[in-house]
Design a protein around this ligand. Sequence first.
Ligand SMILES: [Zn+2]
Ligand SMILES: [Zn+2]
Length: 229
Amino acid sequence: MANSTLPPGTAPIKPQFLLSLEPRAIPDDDAAEGSTSYTNTRSDAAIGGEDIEEGGRKLSGAQRKKYAKEDRKKQRGANKGRRFQKVRDDLELCFKVASGRQCEFGSECRFTHDVPAYLAAKPKDIRFPSSKDLSDSPPFVRLPDVEMSESVDAIRSSLDLTTTCALFEYTGECKHGLKCRFLGSHVVTKEDGELELVVDEDKKARVAASETEVNFIDAESLRKIRTKK
Ligand SMILES: [Zn+2]
Ligand SMILES: [Zn+2]
């Protein structure tokens, strides 16, 4: 063995697990996360040192300190660099129209009621196999034999008719309506070419009877719990 130089009784350790005494460069986490943190901004400021200016004029030591302090306060806390964005459609469809209902705001509605335009801009449905297409043996998922019928028009091009909406599968109705990314599984084309949402009334009734939560506390009891009397 190559470790013959080690004193007897020493367990050999692979070189990649040995800690080096040489100083190593510390990886810049902020660069990796694409943001800055207080520690970095301060060291930058320290490098710039004497030249911190506010609105073009030089700051006195006390003022600089004050700004640095406020800056530090703003930056305090963990994960400040994170931004959670709301996922939005490019064209936002009114949720009432999306679920096949009438919107009382009409043309005043701040969301679009233009279903064909919405569907034309909508990203393609997500392919999701139904439970009967899953199995315990390879290949585990049976892919639909029929390839997507080539997009008939802009409205239908986002639809994947072989996909499965789990919500619709289970409850017989999908509350997301036309906004659902598994829309292909619960929409039909009417004779006039328009899309119509499918509702499985039998399933809906069955689910309503068996799955509806009844274990709610009534408003009066809630009020009593909340008020100290
Ligand atoms: Zn509306
Ligand atoms: Zn759905």
